[in-house]
Design a protein around this ligand. Structure first.
Ligand SMILES: [Zn+2]
Length: 100
């Protein structure tokens, strides 16, 4: 389910973030929950106020050992987000007017 968030910006690409969707059904983001920016694919961590910060490289490096299930879910979602971005790009190219 999706949670509506107050408007804030992705710390990586500056894209508007105002909602988040969980793979686990009903959910509200809590501090420490992991997320991915749909625009740029940055790995993010929720803050206490439901904004996000960029995940530190060291955090990502440790995740497979500290929480392998969460790491696998993050990687699965990262792949889905990458496919989504490629699909959107392909559709954007198709919509461009023909140029002579
Ligand atoms: Zn982003």
């Amino acid at each position: 389910m999706s949670a509506i968030l107050k408007d804030h910006l992705c710390p990586q690409c500056g894209g508007l973030l105002n909602a988040a969707t969980s793979i686990d059904g009903e959910w509200k983001p809590e501090a420490g929950d992991l997320s991915i920016c749909l625009e740029c694919g940055a790995f993010l961590v929720f803050n206490q106020d439901q904004t996000v910060r960029k995940m530190a490289g060291e955090e990502l490096k440790k995740l497979p050992a500290t929480n392998p299930i969460q790491f696998q879910q993050l990687m699965d979602v990262a792949v889905l987000c990458a496919i989504y971005r490629q699909t959107v790009k392909a559709q954007t190219v198709k919509r461009e007017p023909f140029k002579n």
